[in-house]
Design a protein around this ligand. Structure first.
Ligand code: AQP
Length: 331
């Protein structure tokens, strides 16, 4: 039987957080052996909020190298930069005409980001999920590994695919979400009721995967917890629950094992252990990134070849979509 196809992307809006890593990117590498994988740096999505052009260019290359440092192998997977492959924007328009205004109005990310960026509530921010649907459907992906925060967008992509298929005839695979059992929503270290986010203004709220060991430990030491002293996973202990989730996903230990390990010890010991474990886990990624980012020629070769493969793959599907909606075929 043919291998199933995986597609996922990440925005180059800054260095990946531990949330991006645990909830999404860390899982992408191991999937390469079992599935055909297509991954991309979604720079078109990034400009839905204001970006400084030079910084966006740098962040995009950094994100590409970071994905490789996190285990994406360009020999096994197609890894590319979204703006290099024109089919995404082409399909975006067609799918936008199969998406209702009311559906987009219900997206919680739009509500949240339009509050945070009240001076720039642009139409791209509103139609972001249509472009995300185009990213996925242009490859007829079966599975999309994402964090929990993207589940609503994926539901919408499924609805768009089904609606298109009903209206114009079967074309798109209806994609399924692929969500990690542990760590699908890593929370902010400063406000554990909010997800950890790259664009958080408070630098202590998130661990960046290129933070050095001292910084990682310092941020964990400052993490907001509660006034008890018991390391256990329980409702109402958002800060500790978050640290336990992080520790569990990095060590593979269960919550019960973690509770036993820290029985009779204070939060100080626990935070230090989480900090050291996470820092040691991230160290090889940091050194591989430092190596790759020096080699711009190699990166260019990889992203150019990745874009060519992605263009070829998606063009067949997008041309079929254009034909189905009634556009005249190009000679
Ligand atoms: N805190 C999180 N916990 C688990 N998974 C997360 N993801 C994001 N934050 C967490 C997952 O990471 C993947 C890439 O996300 P993205 O860069 O495309 O956009 P995002 O979800 O908007 O991530 P950020 O960090 O919050 O970016 P900004 O601040 O730029 O908006 C996705 O699979 C996402 O689910």
């Amino acid at each position: 039987m043919d291998k199933k196809l995986i597609f996922s992307g990440i925005q180059p809006t800054g260095t990946f957080t531990l949330g991006n890593y645990i909830g999404a990117v860390r899982n992408w590498g191991p999937l390469q052996d079992e599935y055909n994988c297509i991954y991309c740096v979604v720079d078109l999505h990034a400009i839905t909020v204001k970006q400084e052009p030079a910084k966006l260019r740098k962040n995009t290359l950094d994100a590409y190298a970071l994905l490789m440092a996190c285990g994406i192998d360009t020999e096994k997977s197609i890894l590319f930069i979204q703006s290099h492959v024109k089919t995404h924007a082409e399909l975006n328009w067609v799918l936008g005409c199969s998406t209702q205004f009311g559906e987009l109005s219900r997206m919680t990310q739009f509500k949240d980001k339009s509050k945070r960026h009240a001076d720039d509530v642009n139409s791209g921010l509103f139609t972001y999920p249509v472009l995300m649907a185009a990213d996925i459907l242009a490859y007829n992906a079966d599975l999309v590994p994402v964090g929990v925060d993207q589940k609503q967008h994926l539901e919408l992509a499924r609805n768009i695919a089904q609606r298109f298929n009903q209206r114009y005839g079967e074309l798109f695979t209806v994609p399924e979400p692929y969500i990690a059992e542990i760590g699908a929503k890593v929370m902010s270290l400063q406000d554990p009721t909010k997800k950890m986010s790259k664009s958080d203004d408070n630098p202590n709220a998130c661990i960046l995967i290129l933070d050095d060991k001292d910084t990682v430990i310092r941020k964990f030491k400052r993490a907001v917890t509660d006034s008890e002293a018991e390391v256990c996973y329980r409702e109402g202990k958002d800060g500790i629950n978050n640290l336990m989730t992080i520790y569990s996903s990095v060590t593979g230990k269960s919550f019960d094992e973690i509770t036993s390990e820290f029985a009779g010890k204070g939060y100080g010991d626990f935070k230090l252990a989480v900090g050291e474990t996470v820092a040691d886990h991230l160290a090889p990624i940091r050194s591989e990134f430092d190596r790759l980012i020096q080699d711009k020629a190699y990166l260019k070769k990889c992203y150019t070849e990745g874009a060519e493969k992605a263009q070829r793959y998606s063009q067949r599907i997008v041309s079929k979509a254009y034909h189905k909606v009634g556009f005249v075929d190009k000679a």
